[in-house]
Structure formats: C-alpha cells, structure tokens
Design a protein around this ligand. Structure first.
Ligand SMILES: O=C(O)CC1=CCC(=O)O1
Length: 96
C-alpha cells in the first residue's frame, strides 16, 4: 500500500540546540534505514519550508501508523497522510 505523507517539523524555539541535533541525527539514521528497506520510497524537502513530502510502501495502515509514531521527530511534526491507489491512466507498473 502506498501512502503520500507530508511532515511539517515544528521544533520548539526553546529546545536546546544539542537536543535538536540529536533528534535530527536519530531521525536521519532511521529514515535512511527505512529507505534502504524499501518502506520509505521517496523523501523530498519542500523548498523553502522545514517540511518534507514522502512516499511510504507498507503492508497496512497500522504499519504506517506505527512507523510514523516511531520517528524521533514524531512529537514535533504535523503529519498529513493521503492513501494512494493506481490511476487507471498510469503507464508505470511501479505505481501499484
Ligand atoms: O527534516 C525533515 O523533513 C524531517 C525528516 C524526515 C526524515 C529525516 O531525516 O528528517
């Protein structure tokens, strides 16, 4: 199942820089591991914003929910999820 996910990061301005850096480092490590596994298919920065657009390929909504909740930055992100299904006019086999 494919999901389009937008994540807006909203770190508290008062958070110490060292704590923010540690969260970002842990987030990067997990994100890269999930990309290598194929679960996190795409990760794009939205230009000019501390936000990303991602595509996830998971087996269920429950798996997506657990994955998103496991992200170190989860408590500091506004997350919007859009479930994707194949468009009948798509010529890309990988869009399923
Ligand atoms: O910086 C972001 O958009 C949040 C994030 C997701 C994966 C990652 O490494 O950072």
């Amino acid at each position: 199942m494919l999901f389009h996910v937008r994540m807006d990061v909203q770190l508290p301005p008062a958070m110490p820089a060292a704590q923010a850096d540690e969260l970002k480092k842990n987030e990067r490590e997990l994100a890269q591991s999930l990309q290598r596994s194929g679960k996190w298919r795409h990760l794009w920065r939205i230009a000019g914003q501390y936000a990303n657009v991602s595509m996830f390929d998971v087996d269920s909504v429950e798996e997506l929910h657990a994955l998103l909740m496991s992200l170190p930055l989860f408590p500091y992100m506004k997350i919007e999820v859009m479930p994707m299904c194949r468009h009948p006019s798509s010529i890309h086999e990988s869009d399923a």
